[in-house]
Design a protein around this ligand. Structure first.
Ligand SMILES: Nc1ncnc2c1ncn2[C@@H]1O[C@H](COP(=O)(O)OP(=O)(O)OP(=O)(O)O)[C@@H](O)[C@H]1O
Length: 414
């Protein structure tokens, strides 16, 4: 059994009241109190994953919430669980925390099998979307809660609380009550409280979902910086893909209780492993094509060479995902062009009629109908400068090529 014990941080979920004192063995509580700017001392990489989830299943009656989830997380990594609502992200996080018992499978942390350990005996700090602070305790007492439960000397607790509040940018807020703070500030207190015991694992369950857009971006960057400084292995659940892409070392994309892909943000965006990932991450036009052999496909009447295409049998029906930014618009005219104007690259050219435009600030998305594509409607991305220069307007006609090497290609399964 681990001698490093976590204090359950959510009274609602654990049934533990703020006034309850649970004596816990003393443990190393040093890392969260390193002064800012101090060099990060990183434990030697043993090659063993810090967290090793092996074939985890979770069933609720006849419903399968997690299906044979296997995942390895290295020490010091920040990993995001990302997926649509109901895909099992929170269930997986709660199983790691011991707040939900898995039906089968194992969880190993730091080389120890923790599968059957109760939540209170696992080594983690957790932050919930709802903050879950104790409303009747001051900010300082909320942060101090675990340290007091551990019967650490009063002076030391005060010192640590002071350092933690400084770390999360809330020096001077110790005497306040949670209700006197903004949502973002309350979540910083929750973060300080989760870090107070210097846990081996930091679990963040949609910590930014309740905050407004500006605070979200600010706080996510702070969380990332803090996580890197403390080198604490961290898992964050989110359904916001921009958030996951912005801060994660690796993203775990989930769907219907299954892990579809684990990869760096760039890998999951540029080399999606499944059609679901191609469609879920970023924007993509889903088009139909046919394999013609030797890396060739026919798409909308044109033949394209796609070296990235897996070896596909000639005649195989394909689903092809085209990102709006992988299209190059060559011209835009009031009347349908009489003939294709081949670009310098010699790439095939399609003609499209502009339907409507979405101006998103840094980019502009053009929704257009392409008579030669069976799916007809397509989205293309332009910079505002290109938009203005080409005079792209609804009702006008444009000609575009696609970057064939960037197409995500999958054999149709139906
Ligand atoms: N206690 C429970 N009893 C029955 N079904 C449950 C229970 N908890 C979760 N589920 C179901 O398990 C599935 C996964 O739920 P989970 O909360 O893990 O999803 P999620 O990916 O975190 O979704 P969201 O982003 O909406 O929070 C859902 O279909 C949910 O309805």
């Amino acid at each position: 059994m681990s001698e490093r014990h976590a204090v359950p941080m959510n009274a609602e979920l654990t049934g533990q009241s703020a006034s309850a004192t649970v004596p816990l063995p003393l443990r190393d509580t040093s890392y969260a109190f390193e002064p800012q700017g101090a060099p990060t001392v990183r434990p030697q990489d043993t090659g063993v994953p810090y967290l090793d989830i092996r074939h985890l299943h979770k069933r609720y009656g006849s419903f399968t919430a997690l299906q044979s989830v296997s995942l390895q997380i290295q020490r010091g990594e920040l990993v995001c669980f990302l997926g649509p609502s109901g895909c099992g992200k929170t269930t997986l996080l709660r199983a790691i925390a011991g707040l939900e018992a898995q039906t089968s499978g194992e969880i190993w942390q730091d080389g120890k099998n923790i599968s059957e350990l109760p939540a209170a005996q696992r080594d983690y700090g957790i932050v919930f979307q709802s903050y879950a602070l104790f409303p009747n305790l001051t900010v300082a007492d909320n942060v101090a809660y675990g340290l007091v439960s551990q019967r650490q000397p009063k002076g030391l607790v005060a010192q640590k609380v002071h350092a933690l509040l400084e770390t999360v940018g809330l020096s001077g807020s110790g005497p306040k009550y949670p209700a006197q703070l903004s949502g973002g500030q309350q979540q910083r207190v929750a973060l300080a409280r989760a870090l107070a015991m210097s846990p081996g694992l930091l679990l963040l369950d949609e910590p930014l979902s309740a905050l407004d857009a500006t605070v979200r971006v600010h706080l996510r960057n702070e969380i990332r910086a803090l996580q890197q400084r403390l080198y604490v292995t961290t898992i964050m659940v989110t359904h916001d893909q921009e958030e996951a892409m912005a801060i994660a070392d690796r993203v775990v994309v989930m769907n219907h209780g299954v892990v579809e892909q684990v990869g760096t943000p760039m890998e999951i965006y540029q080399r999606p492993a499944t059609p679901f990932v191609a469609e879920f991450i970023g924007k993509a036009n889903k088009l139909q094509a046919i394999a013609v052999g030797d890396g060739g496909i026919t798409l909308g009447g044109h033949k394209l060479f796609c070296p990235q295409a897996p070896q596909l049998a000639k005649g195989q029906a394909l689903d092809v995902y085209l990102r709006p930014e992988d299209c190059s618009v060559h011209n835009c005219t009031a009347m349908p062009p009489a003939a294709s104007v081949p670009p310098a690259t010699g790439a095939p050219v399609w003609t499209a009629r502009v339907e409507h435009l979405e101006f998103l600030g840094a980019t502009c998305i053009v929704h257009a109908d392409v008579p030669r594509l069976p799916e007809q409607r397509i989205q293309l991305q332009l910079s505002p400068a290109q938009w203005a220069q080409l005079d792209v307007q609804p009702g006008r006609w444009l000609q575009f090529s696609v970057n064939a090497t960037q197409l995500k290609i999958f054999a149709q399964k139906y």
